[in-house]
Write a protein that binds this ligand. Sequence first.
Ligand code: ADP
Length: 589
Amino acid sequence: MLRSLHMKLVLIMVLLVVSLMTIAGAFLVNSVNRFFLNDFYAQMSEVFGEPAFVRDLTTPKEGETDGVQALDQVLQAYVGELGVDGRNRDYYILDGKTGSYLAGSDDKNGPYLEMTPNLLCAMNQGEEGNRSDMTAAYLDLAIPIQRGGQDYIIYILDQRATVQELNSQIFQLIIEALFFGLVISVLLSFLLSRAMVTPIGALTRGAKRVAEGDFDHRIQVSSHDEIGVLTGAFNDMAGQLQTTIQEVENERTKLSTLFLHMTDGVVAFNRSGEVIHSNPAAEEMLNMPIPVGGAVGYDDLFGEIASLDTVLNLEGDCLDSETVRGDRILLLLLVPFDREKQAGVLAVIHDVTQQVKNETMRKEFVANVSHELRTPITNIRSYAETLAENPDLPPDMMASFLGVILNESDRMTHIVRDLLALSRFDSGHSEMNLTEFPFGEVLRDSYQAVLLEAQRHGHVLKLMGDGDLPAVRADRERVLQVIMNILSNAIKYTPDGGRILMMAGRTQDRVWLEVEDNGIGIPKEDRERIFERFYRVDKARSRESGGTGLGLSIAQEIIQRHEGVLTLVDREGPGTTVRMELKIGGPQL
Ligand code: ADP
């Protein structure tokens, strides 16, 4: 850059100096030539305009025999005025008809004179030949005269030696000036290029640093010329660039944070189907790593739903489809972005597993509720109809029918009560009345409450480990309700003469209770669903024993509200063990 700019400047200066010198030289030479030309003819016309001289030339002396000699004498008398020096300028007396040499100041060259246009003009037309151009090698003048009836031509020839000498001096001068001019121009161009290149160099270094990403760098503005203005503009541009890049960076960070924490999965593909972006949610939903630019591409992930070309050329906004991946149900939106350029495709993945599950559960729940309520209503109606149609039924039969009606309406009341309780939990309207009470006390109360019923069925009911239990913070009534539910299930689902154990204990921050029976047990496949609403292992049996299938769901809700745990203990052998855990300090409400 420096070299090239320097060379350019040198070249410009050299060309400038050379052309200036050439023009000046040409003007000078031209002027000198013209001056000499004009001076020569002016001098000649002055001398030949003198009447005395003309008379001397044209009038023969008395008794003159040799006209040529007489002319020669006249001309010799005038050599001073004519500037004839016998070296550069000579006079010649020529024959007016043939132009042959008769006499003159230069005998040596006289006989060999060249027939110049001026000479020919004087010879042929008898007129004064006094024209010459500046480029000719000589200056001449041919004047035809008559003397004593004889025609002569007075011919003055100047070899222009003075002019040529002067020209060569001018030429030499110009060459010298050119030499000095070139030296000065090289020096000047060097200084000039330094003056220009230094700030340009600073600008270039600054531009490089900015190009490398150092947007804080500012170049010092050291002059107010165009380069100074350019430097200022560059600094402004770098500042502007810094702000813009910062804004873009902020926007990018915002977007990637958003992507990172989005619950929806997002995968972006370029037009060739390579992954250009993916977030953790997408990897989790599709259950595979999706590295950017990795081996996994569009076709591997969504090829079976729609080809990349189809999505890129989509007419509508997006293509949506539901797909099942593993145990998840995913709603997939495929959107082409930057449509005109067909830049790529964005896949937005929404996990609708829970939604679909909830919807199914809601439908099942509604079906269950209607079924559960329809059975007692049908029973009540048919017994009531029988009673209404047969007023004469025996009193004991009537009493038994009425008993069924009362039982069924009790069942309905239970169901409705349990449903209301659940709905209150669902809507969050169920207030918790948290108090501190000894856990062992609730165990003993529930033990006492079911003891009679257990004995009625011939069960052995035992309470163990209740002695050394701390006080807990919980809703006493509800905890009691849960324990009673577990105990009454144990009594219900254990054939008479069974054994029911209540075992309690504590860990560092929890108390626990396990109710173990040796009853009919719960088959493995039903264990997971036992806490679902209306779920019962053996519907007929459960209904027979007055169960609604809602007891454990409610119990589960209550314990969860206490941030505790209610589970079935996985164990070998017949019977069932239900475990309940509660935080000693109570829930963090
Ligand atoms: P239900 O009112 O029908 O007893 P629950 O919600 O209390 O409803 O219990 C759900 C189902 O779980 C019961 O129908 C029964 O099939 C099963 N179950 C609960 N506890 C026991 C147990 N101790 N032994 C065997 N089966 C049980």
